[in-house]
Design a protein around this ligand. Structure first.
Ligand SMILES: NC(=O)c1ccc[n+]([C@@H]2O[C@H](COP(=O)([O-])OP(=O)(O)OC[C@H]3O[C@@H](n4cnc5c(N)ncnc54)[C@H](O)[C@@H]3O)[C@@H](O)[C@H]2O)c1
Length: 340
């Protein structure tokens, strides 16, 4: 007999929430959506009708109070995540939540405690861990194919700046973008970041100065196993969405990711060209589907997800330290993980 589907509610139906809802319905096995929620007038009803979802509401409380809901997928603005996870914990609902978990470290620690005390599953949307290339890199490092991993080098380049309404609540470039590099670097190197220095400037989008943010940044970090790394983050790559990484090991290196969208090169009288990956949904489609599948599988098996609220808290701590370092011009030494 097949096990019943995990009944989900999707909270927040914007850019990513709509996409997650679609993936949950079409690409993930063992999941159903019973309710979609968004406060924008008409949004939840429209999405429910488009996807054939039986329930919709403009109030998140409806999902938490709904006994038919096993798990919530939180894709609302970052400032709302922590309260929603604590509510989910109080109602015993499992949680998939987008990154970053929150913008405040104390709040993130409170969320970790609430999740632990309630015994719910909480997976955070650091999807690079599920991308086939990064996941293969993890397996090959574990198999010793490049010897001891010594250095992580990451690029996170966005094709352009998001609008001011997003930037004002994003937490800044390190918290919004480099946080993905900190997470995957910790995962691939298999160690914790103990010190970081951050640097950044506004090179292209002067409106960012009003939000104390930058459009180009670099962080350099040291790990507790002696490895090191750096991560560049940028809003300035009009050619496309450019996410790559290199792991340098004692016996070899791994290059992860590429610019090319399809395996097609066009050659004509003006030269040769190829299409570059345009956006995050194109680059990470498999990863976004696989992370949701992993979440559903963990809800069913009660196994701990491979990326947790504790990881999200550590990643936030690193990103906030990079931001602090950029502002005061000094390297920040991080307290050991045990203090979480
Ligand atoms: N993993 C990734 O690569 C990635 C990529 C993009 C965005 N994100 C994260 O996803 C989250 C959402 O980002 P987005 O770009 O989809 O934002 P968005 O602004 O496009 O959508 C947010 C939606 O949430 C709704 N909303 C606002 N308050 C709500 C509430 N209290 N209850 C329910 N719905 C509410 C809004 O009406 C909107 O439809 C953010 O935390 C962002 O950092 C992650």
């Amino acid at each position: 007999m097949t096990a019943p589907s995990i009944q989900c509610a999707v909270l927040g139906l914007g850019r990513l929430g709509f996409y997650h809802a679609k993936n949950l319905l079409t690409e993930v096995s063992g999941a159903a959506i019973v309710q979609v929620i968004d406060p924008l007038p008409g949004r939840a009803k429209d999405v429910a009708q488009a996807f054939g979802v039986p329930g919709y509401s403009d109030d998140v409380l409806d999902a938490f109070a709904n006994p038919a809901v096993d798990a919530v997928v939180i894709v609302t603005p970052t400032r709302t995540h922590a309260e929603m996870i604590k509510l989910a914990a109080s109602y015993g609902k499992d949680v998939f939540v987008e990154k970053p978990l929150t913008l405040q470290l104390d709040e993130s620690i409170e969320v970790v405690k609430a999740v632990q005390e309630a015994g719910i599953i909480c997976q955070v949307g650091f999807m690079r861990r599920f991308d086939p290339a990064y996941a293969d890199a993890k397996r090959r490092i574990a198999a010793g194919e490049i010897g001891k991993p010594l250095y992580y080098k990451g690029f996170t380049r966005d094709a352009g700046a998001p609008p001011p309404e997003f930037i004002k609540d994003s937490g800044g470039l390190f918290v919004d973008c480099s946080i993905h590099d900190y997470d995957i670097a910790r995962y691939l190197i298999g160690a914790e970041i103990t010190a970081i220095s951050g640097h950044g400037q506004v090179l292209k989008y002067p409106f960012m100065e009003a939000y104390d943010d930058v459009d180009q940044a670099l962080s350099y970090f040291e790990f507790d196993n002696g490895a090191a790394g750096d991560a560049e983050a940028s809003r300035n790559s009009p050619y496309g969405y450019d996410i790559r990484a290199e792991i340098i090991g004692s016996e070899g290196s791994l290059f992860i990711g590429e610019l090319r969208n399809k395996s097609l090169t066009i050659l004509n009288a003006t030269g040769s060209s190829y299409e570059i990956i345009p956006d995050f949904q194109t680059r990470f489609h498999d990863a976004y589907c696989l992370e949701l599948q992993h979440f559903i599988d963990c809800v069913r098996s009660r196994n701990t997800p491979i990326v947790t609220a504790e990881d999200a808290t550590t990643n936030l701590k690193v990103a906030l330290a990079a931001t602090e370092s950029m502002k005061n011009g000094k390297k920040v030494v991080l307290q050991p993980q045990a203090s979480l």
